[in-house]
Ligand binder design. Structure first.
Ligand code: NDP
Length: 245
């Protein structure tokens, strides 16, 4: 366990999956000590941390379910007890549970909203309190093109991802004078487990760049938004989608 109190700390939720892993690796390369969060895929999180270490970076694993307020609080309290502050939070954890709205179960609706929106609340609120105390910090949340324009079969996911944009824009206005920036990245189709069942060849025609994006192409935008290079950028939604919308 890292004991230093002077390092810059970044938390990435859902860093056992494709986009979260790329973000965690990019932030570690930028010099952050990265807290690699996961829910069930400990092996995936270990792979992320192994890559960070191989690149000469530092970090640790923190398994917690962002929908579980108590579990999340316990994990964050542990981090707060060891670090002076949290510099960067990336709310990346997300799930899909697709289906036409007319057929959608309450469970499918609720699970997707809970992961994105209760997750945002459970993690961001305590971290923000720490950031406010130091008048410093950057929060980036991963939305989706579905949150901007909707998508057939994804009413739950689109609602969650649009909600994330509303919450982030409001929060950005609330904390801008306290030295904290809050932004959103809205990816299009990115090559990860999440889209493994999507018929990509048909969808490629809808992408002006005619290809699926790479997790690293999302991560580089997140890293920019977290950095001082984006010091006058807050309350924004940056699309990373090959020109789709
Ligand atoms: P993956 O399925 O590869 O990764 C999802 C990640 O979220 C996993 O690390 C998973 O952890 C984590 N997660 C899910 N539920 C929870 C939870 N309750 N608590 C903590 N972690 C959780 O998908 P992607 O990497 O593609 O997705 C990352 C983000 O990007 C998501 O928010 C997604 O909606 C968004 N996005 C993805 C797009 C794409 O085309 N791939 C497009 C637009 C947005 P574990 O496996 O350990 O349970």
């Amino acid at each position: 366990m890292e004991q230093s109190h002077d390092i810059e700390v970044a938390i990435v939720t859902g860093a056992s999956g494709g986009i979260g892993r790329a973000i965690a690796i990019a932030l570690a390369k930028a010099g952050y000590y990265v807290v690699v969060n996961y829910r069930s895929s400990q092996g995936g999180a270990e792979k992320t941390l192994a890559q960070i270490t191989q690149d000469g970076g530092r970090g640790e694993l923190q398994g917690f379910d962002v929908t579980d307020a108590d579990q999340t609080k316990a994990a964050l309290d542990d981090l707060f007890s060891r670090y002076k502050g949290i510099d960067v939070l990336v709310n990346n954890a997300g799930i899909t549970h697709d289906g036409l709205f007319m057929m959608m179960s309450k469970k499918a609706w609720q699970q997707v909203l809970d992961t994105t929106l209760a997750g945002f609340y459970n993690v961001t609120k305590p971290v923000l309190k720490k950031m406010v105390r130091r008048k410093k910090g950057s929060v980036v949340s991963i939305s989706s093109i579905a949150g901007l324009i909707g998508n057939r079969g994804q009413a739950n996911y689109s609602a969650a991802k649009a909600g994330l944009i509303g919450a982030s824009r409001s929060l950005a206005a609330e904390v801008a004078r306290l030295g904290i920036r809050v932004n959103v990245v809205a990816p299009g189709l990115i090559d990860t487990e999440m889209i493994k069942d999507v018929p990509l060849s048909a969808l490629k025609n809808m992408i002006p760049m005619a290809r699926i994006g790479k997790p690293e192409e999302v991560a580089s935008v997140v890293r920019f938004l977290c950095s001082d290079d984006a010091s006058y950028v807050t309350g924004q939604v940056v699309s990373v989608n090959g020109g789709m919308a």
